[in-house]
Design a protein around this ligand. Sequence first.
Ligand code: BG6
Length: 368
Amino acid sequence: EKGGHDYFMLKEIEEQPEALENTLRGHFSGGGIVLDEQRMTEQDLRDIDKVFVVACGTAYHSGLLAKYAIEHWCRIPVEVELASEFRYRDPVLGRDTLVVAISQSGETADTLEAVRHARTQRARVLAICNTNGAQIPRESDAVLYTHAGPEIGVAATKTFLAQITANYLVGLALAQARGTKYSDEVAREFEELAAMPQAVRQTLSTVDQVRTLGRELADSKAVLFLGRHVGYPVALEGALKLKELAYMHAEGFAAGELKHGPIALIEDRLPVVVVMPSAKGRALLHSKMLSNIREIQARGARTIVIAEEGDEAVRPFADELIEIPAVATLLQPLVSTVPLQVLAAEIARARGYDVDKPRNLAKSVTVE
Ligand code: BG6
């Protein structure tokens, strides 16, 4: 069943290119982005002037990425919130608010209650879900299904990449409805998304390197993850995976925050995973990140750097360099996440833990 793999999670990591292909399929026609279900009018969609994204766990990290895309493409303010916090703080909602609820299972109680609260305030709800006909999509005004297929591993992998893709499709659908992007621009963005399964496939060539690294890091006390811009949610997700699977202290930080606190944690040989922004696309961020790596290396950290192929500037500062294909800035998380998934799984395995069934966790949590 595991297709020759040591654990399901590795199989599901390797299924990510197909998960993306299936999620993209059918969501674009000559006219633009197509949702799976829409019980609100085009005018309703056009009138949206505020977006909240609500989700839990890994789905929440995908939601953080939705903010970068939707604000950039649609010029609407987006807030991303943990579903378990949302309804308890009286958020400002109305008919022109869109609440995007992201849930693999579609049954997570915290997310479902956030959706119900939004609806009592007359907000519109759009669900991104991997499970046909689940409760959250049933109670929503619009639905876009991710087609990642069933996920056995408790820790989300292919559904995370599919959620990111779905978020971007929703961003493009909104941009098209609001007219902030012409249809040829939407088509171009979609083409870039359509090239991502191949880029993810290419990234899978790092699996052996990362598995070896995972075994080397198995005895570490803690691992830190640093990112900037879209690399920041990736750092959070890398840390969450490691906590969930390897029961190891792991934290993700925005690299710009280093000097405001986390740098105090750096000690000799502490592994720090750095997600490098693209050198071409984000030159300023790239140079800022280079100085962050210098700072932590000077304090003895063991630097593990995820960087675009051809990023020569970072080489001298990387104790371990993991190369990913160069892709558009917003799309980098689809490739940079892959080695972090493998790293967490392999550290967990080396520590003797059940990668597919981590202790205390359930695939879907139906109580608040
Ligand atoms: C947690 C799972 O309980 O729920 C996570 O262990 C998941 O992997 C989170 O990300 C949210 O689940 P869902 O189904 O709402 O995406």
